[in-house]
Design a protein. Structure first.
Lengths: 193, 195
């Protein structure tokens, strides 16, 4: 059976972040998700990670709890999410209504040579998130359903977890600033804290 | 194993002192993996309004959560047992590279008198691991010193964007015994420990 076309990561992230304002705070997981968020437009209220693998979701949780009036969106990859799977239980336990997690799942470790991850060998991330107590979960792989995924990530009462099944294609590197102190200070300044 | 309630004197009620320090520091989030030695502290912190308590399943998540809280304008504490320090090493990248404050409270296991030999390896490694990763370790060996030490460490961390761990000696917490052996108690809070 021919495989159905999956999402293009750059186009999907551009939709995810379209028309963002100062009420959207973004944590971008290391590697391609950070490049995707930067390609959609670098923003003071995006915190891209260059390391701390497995930390995107707990960073997002701490941020969501500190800023309950803002929408917090974690955009990360399947490899990064797999390293921090346990953090989904903290999200399920705390249930912050303003937190959404979107995993760009290409079933590959993209930064290290496109080795396969366990999402291509049987692990269903959305099912893990559901079992961890996250009430709203979805897996979207077709462009026709991207609007639905964006709506969940941007506006649905959270916590929300969405897996976007994306093509394992490599894109041009669009790099955010690397200086962690700068990234931290610009984020806090833009937030006014 | 017999269970006896400790009745700490006011001077030795370090969990109450530590929670008072959290309030004075305006700490609004605590992320933790429990330790027997932290039981009363965690219970008292949970009773406070305005402190969000997040139970994480691995200690690195506590470090990451405190960094997220800082991005959002809040101060947070990461609390854990010494064995958990081994789990956090790579995540220490985040506060170190980003110039974010980190305040840790670590209760020690594996020190002289420890009944579980598996605690010794990581207990021994705690100061060296934290030092190697750039976290300043401040060891406290009496219950009365814990509250003031936490207050000072928090002020230094949050006002200077430094990474500081307050390490509580096992002699303060008490020692676990199995099958009635070695029911040593510390001078402070000592609820029934588990493994």
């Amino acid at each position: 059976m021919p495989r159905l076309p999956m999402l293009d990561r750059r186009a999907a992230v551009a939709e995810l972040l379209k028309n963002r304002g100062d009420d959207l705070l973004v944590v971008a997981g290391l590697g391609a998700p950070a490049w995707d968020c930067t390609a959609a437009g670098d923003h003071d209220l995006t915190f891209p990670l260059w390391g701390a693998m497995g930390g995107a979701v707990p960073i997002g949780l701490g941020l969501a709890q500190a800023q309950p009036e803002k929408r917090v969106l974690v955009v990360t990859g399947d490899g990064e999410m797999l390293m921090g799977l346990g953090s989904l239980t903290a999200v399920g336990a705390r249930k912050p209504a303003n937190l959404a997690i979107v995993v760009l799942d290409n079933e590959r470790y993209g930064e290290t040579g496109m080795q396969r991850t366990n999402t291509g060998r049987g692990t269903n991330l959305a099912a893990v998130a559901k079992a961890a107590g996250i009430p709203v979960v979805a897996t979207v792989g077709s462009p026709a359903r991207l609007d639905e995924a964006v709506s969940l990530a941007r506006t649905a009462r959270g916590p929300v977890f969405v897996t976007l099944k994306i093509e394992p294609a490599e894109h041009e590197l669009v790099l955010p600033p690397r200086d962690g102190v700068h990234l931290t200070q610009r984020f806090r300044a833009a937030l006014g804290v | 194993m017999p269970v006896t309630e400790s009745s700490p004197t006011p001077a030795a009620d370090w969990p109450a002192d530590a929670v008072a320090a959290l309030r004075a520091l305006d700490i609004e989030q605590v992320a933790y993996v429990p330790d027997a030695g932290l039981t009363r502290f965690l219970t008292l912190a949970e009773e406070e309004d305005g402190i969000a308590m997040t139970s994480v399943v691995t200690e690195e998540d506590a470090v990451a959560l405190t960094s997220g809280a800082w991005l959002g304008g809040q101060r947070a504490l990461a609390a854990m047992q010494s064995s958990g320090v081994g789990n956090i090493v790579n995540m220490l990248t985040l506060p170190r590279v980003c110039g974010m404050p980190l305040l840790m409270l670590v209760t020690m296991r594996g020190e002289p008198g420890e009944a579980n030999p598996w605690q010794e390896a990581m207990g021994r490694a705690v100061p060296a691991l934290l030092d190697a990763a750039g976290v300043e370790v401040r060891r406290v060996e009496s219950a009365a010193e814990i509250g003031p030490a936490l207050a000072r460490a928090g002020a230094d961390a949050f006002e200077g964007n430094r990474q500081i761990c307050v390490q509580i000696a096992q002699s303060v917490i008490g020692f676990k015994g199995f099958n009635g052996e070695g029911q040593g108690r510390g001078e402070g809070d000592a609820p029934t420990p588990d493994a």
